[in-house]
Design a protein around this ligand. Structure first.
Ligand SMILES: [Mg+2]
Length: 327
């Protein structure tokens, strides 16, 4: 019977750092496989992009923002360089900037219910974003309430925002052109998960996203959900990456329940998940326990994990990735 302590302790530890009153997430049925969900924020949990709302109303404006976005798409400049220009164009206090976001943001209509399902079933749900953590936390606090928000760990860039709002500066998680390499962060979590597992049980890693910046992390997941009709889905089709489309988080909840049942019937929660990405196993074997970072070191890390060949299987066993990610 697999041990289930790993992701629970990992997430609980992280929550202790931010909200001491949050009860630890516990898994009720120890025969079930652990599931860890990582989700993009902008365009995935919320239908709009928090940065775009701010830039359009209090910064460079929509026209200039679209020009800058084009520079990322064409590869003329890096995501990080362009993002620094966008955030640097803001001149608004955090509080005033939040007022416009509160007006304009729409949460996925079924996210709240889905997240309650995760809490009830002991499934850690983490946000992984190229955005700025203080903004994301505030948005979650307001839309979900602080108690529910505190169950969500946020892996994103930090920020320095001057009191008068004249200076907004991202503090990037990784020292590379992405600023935050979501694939590296996911790998770091998986290292912790495998190193702390005492019986070799392997958690099922689920990723939810919508955009181009999600593709590197999507390749690291065992199960990938892509918002229907957006760029992540297009890339998955172009690159023959296995994915499940969704319109709202209710679709994800339904599919997840089905996958859990399928996995339970087939593996009884031990060994590899039914939906298994062997690239992750290769990476786990290459990692030594000694090299495993602590969660706190992950959060403050300025160095990305070593690059590895990405292959998302099992749908296309001979697949070699071709896409180069810029945003
Ligand atoms: Mg997105």
């Amino acid at each position: 019977m697999p041990s289930v302590t790993l992701p629970v302790s990992t997430i609980s530890q992280s929550l202790k750092g931010s909200k001491s009153s949050v009860p630890a997430v516990t898994v009720q049925d120890t025969s079930k496989r652990d599931i860890i969900i990582f989700s993009d924020f902008d365009g995935t949990i919320f239908m709009q992009d928090t940065g775009h709302i701010l830039f359009d109303h209090h910064g460079c404006g929509a026209v200039r923002r679209e020009q800058l976005d084009e520079e990322i798409k064409t590869g003329a400049r890096s995501f990080r360089a362009v993002s620094e220009d966008m955030w640097g164009s803001l001149n608004v206090t955090f509080e005033d900037g939040f007022s416009i976001m509160k007006q304009k943001l729409e949460i996925d209509p079924d996210f709240n219910e889905f997240h309650k399902y995760c809490i009830a079933n002991g499934i850690p749900f983490n946000v992984i974003s190229a955005g700025l953590k203080p903004i994301l936390r505030k948005v979650l606090d307001v839309f979900l309430g602080e108690t529910q928000s505190a169950h969500i760990d946020i892996v994103a860039n930090d920020a320095q925002i001057s009191h008068d709002g004249s200076e907004w500066k991202p503090i990037w998680r990784h020292d590379n052109e992405l600023g935050h390499d979501k694939a590296a962060s996911l790998q770091e979590y998986k290292t912790i998960a495998s190193s702390e597992s005492e019986d070799g049980s392997i958690p099922m890693i689920v990723f939810v996203g919508d955009g181009v910046s999600d593709l590197p992390a999507a390749r690291e997941a065992d199960v990938l959900f892509a918002r229907r009709g957006l760029r992540l889905e297009e890339y998955c089709i172009e690159n023959k990456i296995s994915y499940i489309p969704f319109d709202t988080f209710a679709d994800i909840q339904t599919e997840l329940a089905r996958l859990v049942q399928e996995d339970q019937e087939t593996t009884h929660g031990s060994g590899k998940p039914v939906q298994y990405n062997p690239r992750a196993n290769f990476w786990r074997r290459a990692s030594s326990k000694k090299a495993v970072p602590t969660l706190s070191s992950i959060k403050s890390s300025a160095t990305p994990a070593p690059a590895t060949g990405n292959t998302f299987l099992p749908v296309e066993p001979a697949y070699t990735p071709q896409a180069t990610m810029v945003s």
